[in-house]
Write a protein that binds this ligand. Structure first.
Ligand code: ATP
Length: 353
């Protein structure tokens, strides 16, 4: 059982503070993804857990054991990187077993462990090959095997799929998820790809500028974004974030009242968030709908994106069936699904309902 606990963790490089007093608990046996834009500090956090960087302040514990004072070799972690640097002259079996060889594991035991891992990864038939005789996906599986064979307490993975093509990446997402379910090893996974985060994780940690924005299940961070950053970052196309006003207790967008209860004490200037998938295009004049004019129409496979201008510079995207007929400059109206509206305070960025 190995929880990974970070408390008040800060890291600066010179005057650049990359992580700001971060508190985070990765529960034992879970697959937890650090998700955020480039430069937000994900890799730095992973390197701190691995012991490849030293924290400026704060502590890291694995279970009850404080580890930030220990060298990387004493932490019993295995790391898989984006570039998986296999030894080119060694065959697959030796690449996988090299860590055991260095630890002077008896030959029979080593062979057994390499075989077991290769079986799980379905690369038994490749054990005699050299890395250059493998495809990208096979090489990545060898890199995973090298990490798995040591039976670490914790896997740390830094964008391990980013060098693969789209099809292989999709297949490997499923495989990684399966390995995790089979092995139950606590895993911290870094990515900026929200699809990877959403499909593989038990918990997603959304980060921005060295600060944790929200920790939750994939359903939570998608369905209940805690603030404007998370709302705008998760989801494709991004959530519409529309300025709204509170008038006599009623929320209005471009002059049209929306049926959402607002808690007392809310500011009068607000932002309403609604995902394009939750916006319907209806006939102009439909009761309760917000009037507008079609600005642009884009076909994206089985769906169509219709961008509707409600007022100058105020546009909302609706994702509708591709069969929906709408043309540029059509006069229409939009109806956001009242069950899927999010309201934010623009001053603090926090969700208020
Ligand atoms: P990406 O998705 O692009 O890999 P990231 O979220 O993993 O981004 P980090 O690699 O952790 O981000 O980098 C965070 C910030 O820390 C960046 O501004 C980066 O320039 C800086 N940084 C990282 N390592 C060092 C270092 N060794 N020396 C100085 N600055 C560094």
């Amino acid at each position: 059982m190995t929880d990974v606990v970070m408390q008040g963790l800060s890291k600066s490089f010179g005057s650049n503070t990359v992580l700001k007093a971060l508190d985070l608990r990765v529960p034992s046996r879970q697959f937890v993804t650090l998700l955020g834009p480039s430069g937000c500090g994900k890799t730095t956090l992973l390197r701190l857990i691995a012991g490849l960087e030293k924290a400026t302040a704060g502590e890291i514990r694995f279970g009850d054991r404080r580890v930030d004072t220990l060298p990387p070799g004493d932490r019993n972690i295995a790391m898989v990187f984006q570039s998986y640097a296999l030894y080119p002259t060694m065959d697959v079996a030796r690449n996988i077993g090299y860590g055991l060889e260095v630890r002077r594991t008896p030959k029979a035991e080593k062979q057994e462990k390499v075989g077991a891992v290769a079986k799980v990864l379905e690369i038994l038939h490749l054990l005699g090959r050299k890395p250059k005789q493998l495809s990208g996906g096979q090489r990545q599986r060898v890199a995973l095997g090298r990490a798995m064979v040591r039976r670490p307490d914790i896997f740390l993975m830094d964008e391990p799929l980013s060098n693969l093509d789209a099809k292989l990446r999709a297949a490997m997402r499923g495989e990684l998820r399966r390995f995790h379910l089979d092995l139950g090893t606590t895993t911290v996974y870094v990515t900026h790809d929200q699809l990877e985060a959403m499909t593989m994780s038990d918990l997603v940690v959304v980060m921005n500028e060295g600060v944790v924005q929200q920790i939750g299940t994939p359903e939570d961070v998608y369905g209940k974004p805690a603030n404007l950053f998370v709302a705008g970052f998760i989801g494709t196309p991004p959530m519409n974030l529309i300025p709204a006003q509170l008038r006599n207790g009623v929320l209005t967008v471009a002059g049209t009242p929306l049926p959402i209860p607002i808690p007392p004490g809310a500011p009068t200037e607000l932002v309403v968030g609604v995902r394009p998938q939750d916006v319907a295009i209806v006939e102009a004049g439909s009761p309760g709908a917000i009037p507008g004019k079609v600005w642009i129409v884009e076909l994206i496979g089985s769906e169509r994106l219709i961008e509707v201008e409600l007022a100058p510079k105020l546009r909302v995207i609706a994702e509708v069936r591709a069969t929906h007929r709408a043309a540029i400059d059509d006069v229409v109206a939009i109806r956001p699904d009242p069950a899927h509206l999010h309201v934010f305070d623009p001053a603090t960025g926090q969700a208020i309902s």
